[in-house]
Ligand binder design. Structure first.
Ligand code: KG4
Ligand code: ZN
Length: 380
């Protein structure tokens, strides 16, 4: 029975997972209302909110399960990557719990958590083991990564074969929504209103990134096989949207929309429809189609290159309906089984952290009480 704790960005979460495959309880406290007026996550405010929420959220997860701290076998916590201050609150809390309760502490990489969100739900559906090779596309507000995932006796191992060279895909959604006066977080809003516009109206092009083979191939005197990389880049499209807005003199309409939406607590599709003209709706739909098209095309090329049998698409942007539809259509054409987490498990939660901790529990890979929060923690 593992208690997971997550505080890497703007969600404070606690969850209990039994045996790495049975979700017992999960509680997420979102900070959207706190950060919304600023159009993005304010790191200092995030840390303060975590401090306020960690104890009640954890107690709520235990209460929901009808369990106590004493019933837990280990405490798992996200120790990176993420916002340094935000991570620190969760790591300090988890260390204190582990020390006070005399339970093992397990440090989990947030990205590994997102991958296990899918695997946990596969177990819950009794869907059977996934077929290898497994590729994971982790696509969120902070990450756009491709990892080959392998399960060995001592747990899971990962090889990064691609990442974004600048902005993450979710970041592009959020920044574009902010630029167009649509509110925060941008991903779900753009997802909802993209169907109102023409996705082919505005043409966006992506940089032709070279998919180079790795250079650092000489290790331990042995020449390793060169592996192709599949990198992404999403800062260009954000600039292209800005150019479009400038060229078409859309700024005053954007400002009017921003002010109008600020006065509405929970804008509906009708509100957006009323506040966005055709040109804006077409721009939004075209932006989403371009990002989804690029993510799909690069990921499917990687699947072909590595003979992938199972693709896991996870992270906040995996909640996007167009992205799901695109992968669901392309995967079967090349014999790749595609799995997504449910929408609720796509965004940050602690169930994925408790689930990812299980193989470390089995392999007795425990963290010491000196474990640090690492904003740039790498996944291997
Ligand atoms: O995984 P997550 O909760 O936090 C990070 O680890 O970053 O992902 C949050 C990101 C935000 O950028 C948000 O705009 C995006 O996921 N997102 C979406 C959707 N839902 C959340 N992007 C596109 N479409 C969605 N439906
Ligand atoms: Zn995340």
């Amino acid at each position: 029975m593992i208690l997971g704790i997550e505080s890497s960005c703007d969600e404070t979460a606690a969850a209990i997972v039994r045996g790495g495959r049975e979700l017992v309880s999960s509680v997420v406290a979102s900070q959207i209302a706190t950060h919304s007026p600023y159009g993005g996550v304010v790191p200092e405010l995030a840390s303060r909110e975590h401090l306020r929420n960690l104890v009640p959220v954890t107690r709520a997860a235990l209460d929901k399960a009808g369990l106590t701290y004493a019933d837990m076998d280990a405490i798992a916590v996200t120790n990176g990557p993420g916002l340094a201050g935000a991570l620190l609150t969760g790591v300090s809390f988890a260390k204190s719990l582990a020390w006070a309760l005399q339970k093992p502490l397990i440090a989990v990489n947030h990205i590994e958590g997102h991958i296990h969100a899918v695997l946990l739900e596969q177990h819950q559906k009794s869907a059977g083991a996934v077929e290898f090779p497994v590729l994971a596309l982790v696509v969120s507000g902070g990450h756009t990564h491709l990892f080959l995932a392998e399960q060995r006796d001592d747990g899971w191992h990962y090889e990064n074969i691609g990442h974004t060279r600048d902005d993450a895909a979710g970041e592009a959604f959020d920044k574009t929504a902010k630029l167009l006066g649509l509110g925060y977080p941008g991903g779900p809003i753009i997802d909802r209103i993209s169907k109102l516009g023409d996705p082919k109206a505005v043409k966006f092009t992506f940089a032709q990134l070279k998919h180079e083979a790795r250079r650092e191939s000489k290790r331990a005197g042995r020449v390793e096989e060169d592996r192709k990389r599949f990198d992404f880049s999403y800062s260009g499209i954000k600039t292209a949207v800005l150019r479009y807005v400038e060229t078409h003199e859309m700024f005053s309409a954007i400002e009017a929309r921003r002010r109008a939406l600020m006065k509405i607590a929970a804008p509906t599709e009708e509100d957006y429809k009323e506040l966005c003209d055709r040109q804006t709706l077409d721009l939004i739909a075209s932006f989403q189609a371009a990002v989804v098209g690029d993510l799909t095309q690069r990921t499917m090329s990687a699947c072909e290159e590595y003979g992938v049998r199972t693709l896991l698409v996870t992270g906040g942007v995996a909640a996007n309906s167009a992205l799901r539809a695109s992968f669901e259509q392309r995967g079967p054409l090349v014999g790749v089984k595609v799995h997504f987490p449910s929408r609720i498990m796509s965004t940050d939660n602690a169930a994925m952290i408790a689930a990812a901790a299980y193989s470390k529990w089995i392999a007795r890979k425990f963290a010491g009480l000196d474990v640090a929060a690492e904003a740039n923690l790498q996944l291997r």
